[in-house]
Write a protein that binds this ligand. Structure first.
Ligand code: NPG
Length: 374
């Protein structure tokens, strides 16, 4: 039985090596909520909540997640025994709308605790089948096409298997054209708009069809499937949905409406590993490729993403950049690294999340801590 005796909640601040700009905002320091779940025998496992400081990616924030975790979600699981980690999601989700990132932090922590407790690697517990995963990089919006070309060329030389270019109106077609021209036709390029366009931009976005992108991610509004379907009918480039896919039902709707041909699964966005696996299985049954997105996680969240990305349906490289891409020093050892061939090892030789959490470093970075008990 999985028994969650207490949850230690921390907020840390981890400075990014350089600011990361997407169409809806810029981040310089990552405020991160970390959870340590502890069972009755003192076995512990860490998880990370992916909510940002501001609600510009999702309605959740670090502060709403902390409130939801402390007041509504943790009380549902503390002191309670679960036969399996898959039983945690329904308990968290019943009659509590939204707050999926907060729910996911507990849910994913429960899987990690089960892995730790039973001496199995998290990836194996989830049903992963790969021992290495393919790594992609996400490049924030740059001041000029030339600056983006420089970064994309460096990423290609480092071996990244997919290069995602953040775009927004005014920094799109010319930027993508410059990168395609410089890197050649074989470079695996995609673009991500984070909701920055409307259907009125369809003719403009159609110009991206000339560049052979692997996909265009989430061009339109985060809750809108119907207009994505309309846009997909007018574009050759496959659409990938991210923000719009918050649940299994939304993934089913995307497929039924033909609103996209690829899904970026971020376990935090959909509520955890159980919904992620359900979406993964649905997509596999419909021939829809999936890949694992990133939310500028520390090495703890990255460990969870790496485990998920080892499932068989994750056939497109994920946003699982190595630690050094974002942090001068990560909070786990060993840090996450990428081989020259653009792959990352899934730590199958170790129980739990596969890395050691650096408590001293976390203590140094902590700005808030509280202990949640039944
Ligand atoms: O490598 O972790 C990473 C970042 C990948 O671009 C990335 N994430 O829209 O997918 C996104 C974007 C993002 C980052 C969104 C931070 C919100 C916050």
């Amino acid at each position: 039985m999985l028994h969650i005796r207490r949850i230690e909640l921390r907020e840390i601040r981890l400075p990014l090596r350089e600011p990361f700009r997407i169409s809806s905002g810029v981040m310089a320091d990552r405020r991160i909520l970390l959870l340590e779940l502890v069972d009755g025998d003192g076995v512990a496992a860490w998880a990370e909540c992916v909510a940002d400081e501001l609600p510009n990616y999702s309605p959740e924030t670090v502060d709403t997640a902390r409130l939801a975790l402390r007041d509504w979600l943790a009380p549902r699981v503390l002191g309670r025994a679960f036969a399996a980690p898959a039983d945690v999601w329904p308990v968290l989700d019943r009659d509590i709308r939204g707050h999926r990132m907060a729910k996911a932090a507990i849910e994913m922590g429960a899987w990690a605790l089960e892995a730790e407790r039973t001496g199995r690697p998290l990836a194996a517990l989830l049903g992963g089948t790969r021992d290495r995963i393919e790594v992609g990089i996400s490049l924030g919006i740059q001041p000029t096409p030339a600056a983006l070309v420089e970064r994309a060329a460096a990423a290609l030389a480092q071996g990244y298997r997919k290069i995602k270019l953040k775009i927004q109106p005014g920094a799109d077609v010319d930027y993508v054209a410059a990168v395609r021209e410089a890197l050649g036709p074989a470079a695996p390029l995609m673009a991500d708009a984070n909701n920055a366009y409307t259907l009125d931009d369809a003719d403009h976005l159609r110009r991206l069809d000339a560049f052979g992108l692997v996909m265009l991610e989430q061009p339109l509004e985060h809750e809108d499937l119907r207009r994505h379907a309309e846009l997909q009918r007018r574009l050759q480039t496959p659409l990938c949905l991210d923000e719009s896919i918050t649940s299994l039902a939304r993934a089913q709707d995307m497929i039924a409406l033909e609103a996209g041909r690829i899904i970026n699964i971020k376990p935090g966005r959909v509520g955890g590993f159980l919904p992620s696996r359900q979406i993964h299985d649905l997509c596999a049954a419909h021939g829809i490729p999936v890949w694992c997105g990133g939310m500028l996680e520390s090495g703890i969240g990255r460990a969870h993403n790496v485990a998920l990305a080892s499932l068989p349906g994750f056939t497109i490289p994920g946003d699982v950049s190595p630690s050094a891409r974002y942090w001068d020093r990560d909070i786990v050892a060993p840090e996450w690294t990428m081989a020259a061939d653009g792959t990352m090892a899934v730590p199958l030789g170790r129980a739990g999340i596969g890395v050691t959490v650096d408590r001293d470093r976390i203590d140094d970075l902590t700005v808030h801590a509280e202990s949640l008990r039944p």
